[in-house]
Design a binder for this molecule. Structure first.
Ligand SMILES: Nc1ncnc2c1ncn2[C@@H]1O[C@H](COP(=O)(O)OP(=O)(O)OP(=O)(O)O)[C@@H](O)[C@H]1O
Length: 295
């Protein structure tokens, strides 16, 4: 079994009277990609902030890279890199200058910093824009630069808070490749996302957080299997999905559901039966805060 990069047990956090995390337990094996999914305000950023020592837990144990976030803060910081939801770059400098400055501030020599800057500009498709001031960048370019900055120094555990928000499909896929490559090199990636496809494609393990608790965890396939059997989709004449109905997957349930629907749908409605998607998983798991599933 792989060694754990992150171990959390009984974590609780409140802000004033608002309980944001009410008993979170999770384990992330080293060298894997872990995706935390949850609706707005579910506590994803708070959890990342606690793991990266920016916010203190009220209760519970949080261990990152083998170190305790409360009693071994400095060691935790030396083992992580963090990219937040908002780009933290110096606007008057160019992309290249930003990267080189961070390299030098992080203890690289001038030559090492120049080399790492070139590698990252290439990896994030910023070579052509390298000399332009960041204030002229589009949102997607800034996002890529922010991520590149967080990877200047290689750390074992990488936190990415909504890394691909604001990126177009091509940049998003390019970033997925980079993330997978980092995991293959042994790095542990903990990311939050609202894109279910992202979790599906990228993560070895997914946890869904809702109402301050992890309501489900497992691989994408395990989660889909737990949520139910086949989903019936009704399509109109333009092939648009007008209605979806989850079923248990049994022939009896599917035929009963189709029979019921046959009386109420407009003529010309067609039917498609498919496996549950991550969207179905998310809707099912975040609809009922009390449900707890562990697979
Ligand atoms: N420092 C703080 N002081 C008071 N309340 C806070 C603080 N940080 C977060 N919260 C509250 O905690 C809740 C969870 O916020 P958090 O940012 O962790 O959610 P999230 O899952 O990351 O949401 P999003 O997807 O919108 O970024 C929110 O209601 C937020 O207002």
């Amino acid at each position: 079994m792989k060694q754990s990069a992150i171990e959390i047990s009984g974590l609780r956090k409140s802000f004033g009277k608002q309980t944001v995390l009410s008993g979170v337990d999770l384990t992330v094996p080293a060298g894997t990609v872990f995706a935390l999914l949850g609706p707005n305000g579910a506590g994803k950023t708070t959890l990342i902030n606690i793991m990266s020592t920016l916010v203190s837990p009220d209760e519970g144990k949080v261990n990152v890279g083998g170190y305790d976030v409360l009693t071994e803060r400095d060691q935790v910081k030396q083992n992580i890199s963090l990219t937040g939801q908002f780009a933290a770059v110096d606007e008057v400098l160019s992309a290249e200058e930003n990267l080189r400055m961070i390299g030098r501030l992080s203890g690289l020599t001038a030559a090492q910093s120049r080399l790492r800057t070139m590698e990252l500009l290439k990896a994030f498709d910023l070579v052509d824009a390298a000399k332009k001031r960041v204030k002229t960048f589009s949102g997607g370019m800034r996002r890529r630069l922010d991520l590149a900055i967080s990877l200047v120094v290689s750390r074992p555990v990488i936190f990415l808070d909504e890394p691909t928000t604001g990126l177009d499909t091509i940049s998003r896929r390019a970033l997925w490749d980079i993330i997978s490559q980092l995991a293959r090199q042994g790095r542990t990636i903990f990311l939050t996302t609202q894109y279910l496809e992202e979790a599906d494609q990228l993560a070895d393990q997914i946890a869904v957080i809702n109402g301050g608790r992890i309501v489900a965890s497992g691989s994408a396939e395990q989660l889909k299997a737990r949520v139910g059997g086949e989903v019936i989709e009704l399509l109109n004449a333009h092939d648009e999905v007008i209605h979806t109905v989850p079923t248990t997957g049994s022939i009896q349930d599917i035929s009963r559901t189709l029979n019921d629907l046959a009386h109420s749908v407009p003529p010309g409605t067609r039917v498609n039966i498919r496996r549950p998607s991550m969207d179905d998983v998310f809707v099912a798991l975040t609809a009922n805060k009390k449900e707890v599933l562990h697979v």
